[in-house]
Design a protein around this ligand. Structure first.
Ligand code: SF4
Length: 290
């Protein structure tokens, strides 16, 4: 039986065809969106910070900014793609550094709780028969008092819509995992750090919320497993999809300009932005759709 994750369920919900390419056909793509790249490096720096707190308390924010900068320089390659045309790699590098610096300054000396784990792998069941299983990696787990835990999640992107975190599935699933893993858990707080905005949000769930999230995730898995057709669902997210170059939804945009049109006997009109954006290279680099 496959093990699911929040991202896997989200992929199916956003676009069944993307789900099929990624999780059934297992088509590998050597590309990564720069937003995900910034997030990954920021997580690595904060993991390093929390894995040696004595050092982190003595160091300054500059040391961790420099760690980010060094990772950025050594790992940024052409396989990291920028979708937003108005942004440059330097903009994203500066964003990552700002996230690290802001977090450091806000939370130093990092003593709000006992760190139980960073990037902790959790595997847990949604049902008593262990038929529906989930996997996840929790950015950080803290114990802040006997029986009181926090699951922390770092975000480098934009702030959530009003009320969105009240229905967040990911950290609710992680709360279920924490309640399974540790004994004597009385309370779990779900904590999001929107690093670029220096904002922290905390939510608590009721037992009823946890049951609803379990049942909803089980229904999502059942839906996936009963699916025979995986239709494409075109949306703004296609700009970040690693399969846009093979997706039938984007076939028309990939068609080369016919030769007769490309070399006319009369002067051609000025190419429109649309014509320029229909080249394979445009799509390969995943720039914004019109
Ligand atoms: S490009 Fe869009 S429609 Fe096509 S697989 Fe990706 S997300 Fe789905």
């Amino acid at each position: 039986m496959p093990v699911y994750s929040h991202s896997r369920l989200s992929s199916f919900e956003n676009c069944p065809l993307q789900y099929r390419y990624r999780y059934i056909d297992k088509i590998k793509r050597d590309v990564e969106g720069i937003e995900a790249f910034v997030g990954k490096l920021t997580h690595e720096v904060l993991q390093a910070l929390y894995s040696d707190l004595d050092r982190a308390r003595r160091a300054g924010a500059g040391e961790y900014k420099e760690m980010f900068r060094s990772l950025w320089r050594s790992r940024l390659t052409p396989r990291v793609k920028i979708v937003r045309e108005e942004m440059t790699p330097e903009d994203y590098g500066a964003l990552g550094e700002r996230c690290v610096e802001t977090y450091y300054n806000r939370h130093h000396p990092f003593d709000s709780g006992e760190v139980i784990g960073c990037e902790t792998r959790v595997e847990f069941a949604l049902d008593g028969q262990r038929r529906y299983r989930m996997l996840g990696f929790i950015d950080r787990i803290d114990r802040v008092a006997p029986g009181v835990y926090e699951v922390h999640d770092y975000k480098t992107g934009s702030l959530p819509r009003a009320g969105a975190l009240k229905n967040d599935r990911q950290l609710t699933l992680y709360e279920i995992a924490v309640r399974e893993r540790f004994t004597g858990v009385n309370e779990v707080r779900q904590v999001w750090h929107f690093l670029a905005h220096d904002k922290k949000f905390v939510e608590r769930r009721t037992q009823d919320d946890l049951v609803k999230t379990r049942l909803s995730a089980i229904r999502s898995i059942q839906n996936i497993e009963a699916t025979a057709e995986f239709p494409a669902r075109r949306s703004a997210l296609c700009s970040w999809c690693e399969y846009r170059d093979i997706c039938p939804e984007w076939e028309a945009e990939r068609q080369p300009v016919p030769r007769a049109q490309a070399q006319p006997s009369v002067p051609p009109p000025e190419p429109s932005p649309d014509m320029e954006t229909s080249s394979g290279q445009f799509l390969l680099f995943g720039k914004s759709s019109p």
